[in-house]
Every structure is written in C-alpha cells, then in structure tokens.
Write a protein that binds this ligand. Structure first.
Ligand SMILES: Cc1cc2nc3c(=O)[nH]c(=O)nc-3n(C[C@H](O)[C@H](O)[C@H](O)COP(=O)(O)OP(=O)(O)OC[C@H]3O[C@@H](n4cnc5c(N)ncnc54)[C@H](O)[C@@H]3O)c2cc1C
Ligand code: FES
Length: 270
C-alpha cells in the first residue's frame, strides 16, 4: 500500500555527519524518501520547535534517507541539534522534479541548494557530460565536492568550486563562472538551486543564450501543500506548483529575484 504523503511518519535519527562547522546531515531509515524524484522536498517536524521544508538528501545506504541542514534560525538549529536516537516527523514527498535532458549539462548550486542537485546527478545518463559549479563564501563552507565527483565517476565531468574570498577554487561569485562557462560550452540544459539572487543571474544568463534552464525555489513555507499561501511568488505557489520552474516562466514573474515574503507575509526586497 502506498503511503499517504499527508500523514506524518516518525523517524529515528541513526547517524549524524558534520559536513562543515554549520552544516550537518541526519540519516534515518524510511520506506519512501530514499526513492524520491530529484527536487522533491519533505516537511520536517522538529518536536516542540517547528516544522520546516527540507530537500531530501541522497544516502548511499539501502533504505536510508537523509536531510542536510544549515543552522540559521531557531527551527533549523533545532533540527541540526537532533541527536542520534531522537525522533523527527516527516510529511511528503512534495513538489515536482527536474526535467532531465541529455548531453552537456550544467548544475549550479550554492549551500544546501546542492542537496536536490546531488540527487539529480544520480539520474544522469552515463554518456552525459556534466559540469557542477559549487559556490560558497569561504573554503570552510564548501561541502559535497567529493560526493559530486564520486557520483559522476563514470561520466565525463568536472566539479568546480568558487569562493567569494578566494580561499578555495576560483575567487568571485559562482555566477561569474557561469557567465564564462556558458560562453565557452554549448549546454543542453542548466539546473540551479541556492540563494535566489544566484539563481536569478544563472537563469538570466542561460535564457539569453537560449539554453533550457530550471531553478528550484526556496520560499517561506508553512503548510507545504498549497493551503496557507505563504510561499506565493506572483500567481504561483512554490510548494504546489514547484519547487522547480522553467527559466522563461520565472523571468516573466516580476517577484523572482526581486522580492520575497517574510514570515509575516510582508513583501520585502532582496
Ligand atoms: C523547498 C525547500 C527546501 C529546503 N531545503 C533545505 C535544505 O535541504 N537544507 C536547509 O538547511 N534548508 C533548507 N531549506 C530552508 C529551510 O526550510 C529554512 O527556511 C531555513 O533552515 C531557515 O529556517 P529557520 O526558521 O531556522 O530560520 P529563520 O528564522 O527563518 O531565519 C534565520 C536567519 O537566517 C536567514 N535565512 C533564512 N533562510 C535562509 C536561507 N535559505 N538562506 C540564507 N539565509 C536564510 C534569515 O534571513 C534570518 O536572518 C529549504 C526550504 C525550502 C522552501
Ligand atoms: S507553504 Fe502553504 S501554500 Fe505553499
């Protein structure tokens, strides 16, 4: 019998991996989340704290699922601190998935935006030539570089890191490298997830070159199932209509890359 995504499942944390000083992966057993589509997310209940949307992370162990969390505010810090043997609740999976093309593919990720992109990597064909760009502020905040290389072991590929302070990889913004690379190489498709301004620039650059591009948006979510409206961007609800949108659709939306809604629903500028 299929599990109803709207009924919470309780999961026991079995393992914790520190990725950086502020990013951690929690691993647990589950029947459904190990096999979600690339880009799908779950609503994660941290008992006594809050409920948060989280992209579903891959796990190399059969039957295990994972979340990778950056500690920011109270809720994410609460999840980050859930110890081995403690419990979380999950609803989902929710959301659509990337439309995976074949050929030369470019993936552009920042921070925990790499989570859905890593799952996308597990879906590419062995003949696809894949370039992954990872953006971070400093060397200490770079993670998943080795994992991306491992997943792509059998593909023609490159994984390039850009740090804002130049402490690792190229110095600058990851979008500087996007601009350079899409001028040199004709990509079939570009996929991006991370800070919205990074995605906005990546979508703009790809669109100008006529390349198919998709972005996975992270907006304020409360219900995760199209009821509360807190994740709206123009006419779209990110939880119900996304989280993945085509570039041309996004560029026609005046809110993308310009404004976001706070927890109180107030429109603010990036
Ligand atoms: C579909 C979806 C998938 C997500 N997947 C992940 C994931 O895999 N891993 C993960 O760690 N988070 C993920 N998030 C973000 C997560 O749900 C929370 O929004 C985030 O952890 C902050 O929550 P908070 O309540 O702790 O912080 P808040 O109290 O909301 O914010 C605390 C501080 O952090 C800043 N902040 C909030 N969110 C972000 C952000 N995304 N980037 C930079 N600064 C921010 C705020 O401006 C504020 O200054 C996802 C969000 C969505 C919508
Ligand atoms: S989070 Fe409630 S409508 Fe999207």
């Amino acid at each position: 019998m299929q599990r109803d995504p709207n009924y919470p499942t309780i999961c026991k944390i079995e393992k914790v991996i520190d990725e950086t000083p502020s990013v951690r992966t929690l691993i647990f057993s589950d029947d459904v989340l190990p096999n979600v589509l690339p880009g799908q997310f779950a609503m994660v209940w941290i008992p006594g704290v809050n409920e948060l949307p989280m992209s579903v992370m891959i796990s190399h162990e059969q039957g295990k699922a994972a979340f990778t969390i950056r500690k920011l505010g109270e809720a994410s810090t609460g999840l980050y601190n859930v110890a081995v043997g403690k419990y979380i609740g999950i609803r989902g999976p929710y959301g659509n998935s990337f439309d995976i093309k074949e050929g030369k593919l470019l993936l552009v990720g920042g921070g925990t935006g790499l989570v859905p992109l890593l799952r996308l990597l597990t879906f590419v064909k062995p003949s696809d030539d894949v370039t992954v760009l990872i953006g971070a502020k400093t060397k200490a905040e770079v993670f998943f570089e080795d994992m991306a290389n491992d997943i792509l072991e059998k593909n023609p590929h490159r994984v390039l890191v850009v740090t804002e302070d130049g402490s690792y990889g190229e110095k600058g913004l990851v979008t500087d490298l996007v601009e350079k690379i899409i001028t040199e190489t004709k990509f079939e498709a570009v996929y991006t997830c991370g800070p919205e301004l990074m995605m906005y620039k990546t979508v703009q650059l790809s669109h100008e070159k006529g390349i198919f591009v998709q972005a996975s948006l992270e907006r304020m979510m409360k219900c995760g199932i199209g009821i509360c409206g807190s994740c709206c961007i123009g006419e779209d609800l990110v939880c119900r209509d996304g989280t993945i949108f085509d570039g041309d659709h996004l560029l026609a939306n005046k809110e993308f890359g310009h404004t976001f809604r706070t927890k109180a629903g107030i429109l603010d500028k990036f």
